[in-house]
Design a protein around this ligand. Structure first.
Ligand SMILES: Cc1cc2nc3c(=O)[nH]c(=O)nc-3n(C[C@H](O)[C@H](O)[C@H](O)COP(=O)(O)O)c2cc1C
Length: 204
């Protein structure tokens, strides 16, 4: 649950990279996003699912593996989350969906943003990520960033499309700005006594 004391140190933004490809383009763009978010005062972390190999979600598995522990700690730390996925058959990668299967309460009161590497527009991919987050009472930015891994980036992974670059910077700014507002309000609602708010369901 949000920790109001962390406000003064900048919003905690977690990037989750859902491609297991060694030369993942979505992972590169996610790292750029996190750098821009840091320029707006955020503290950032990366959960790269290539490095943290989550087992396939199995309810009631005990004890949790080191990878699961790391993932839970990162999600507890996060006050806002950016999900990055390749377009696999118009949907998110299995690795990212598996990550999301582990999380539900951890999404509440947090703003999510979406990045998709696609040869098309990635709209169905981002819609599906947004649907999962909504089911978990997370909030979503109303737009995402989709890019073409070959034509929008050069061989070294730098963005060569000015519109993609501008959108990425805008999204980093918006996620930090609106994510901070949401985090503060959700924290105040959690700490308060108001019953007529969905945050009341998350009080201990
Ligand atoms: C199993 C599989 C399914 C894919 N399906 C689509 C698709 O439906 N539409 C699309 O535009 N690209 C599709 N692609 C291409 C990837 O989305 C594209 O290569 C993307 O840039 C990979 O992102 P990454 O570099 O972050 O791994 C598919 C690739 C794979 C391996």
């Amino acid at each position: 649950m949000p920790d109001l004391a962390s406000d003064s140190q900048g919003l905690h933004v977690l990037g989750v990279s859902g491609s297991l490809h060694e030369n993942s383009r979505s992972a590169l763009v996610l790292e750029l996003f996190l750098r821009h978010a840091a320029e707006h005062g955020a503290q950032t972390r990366l959960l790269d699912l290539r490095a943290v190999e989550l087992p396939l979600y199995r309810p009631n598995r005990e004890p949790p593996s080191a990878a699961e522990e790391r993932m839970f700690q990162d999600m507890l730390w996060a006050e806002s989350v950016v999900l990055a996925s390749p377009d696999y058959h118009g949907s998110m990668s299995g690795a990212l969906k598996n990550f999301l299967d582990y999380n539900w309460e951890e999404c509440a009161g947090k703003l999510f943003g979406y990045i998709c590497s696609s040869h098309e527009k990635g709209l169905t991919v981002m819609d599906q990520m947004r649907t999962v987050v909504r089911q978990c009472y997370g909030w979503s930015l109303p737009y995402g960033l989709s890019f073409h891994g070959s034509s929008d980036l050069d061989a070294a992974g730098a963005i060569v499309n000015a519109r993609i670059d501008a959108r990425l910077r805008m999204m980093a700014r918006d996620l930090v700005t609106y994510g901070t507002l949401l985090h503060r309000q959700f924290g105040a609602d959690l700490a308060g006594a108001e019953t007529n708010t969905f945050a009341a369901a998350y009080r201990e």
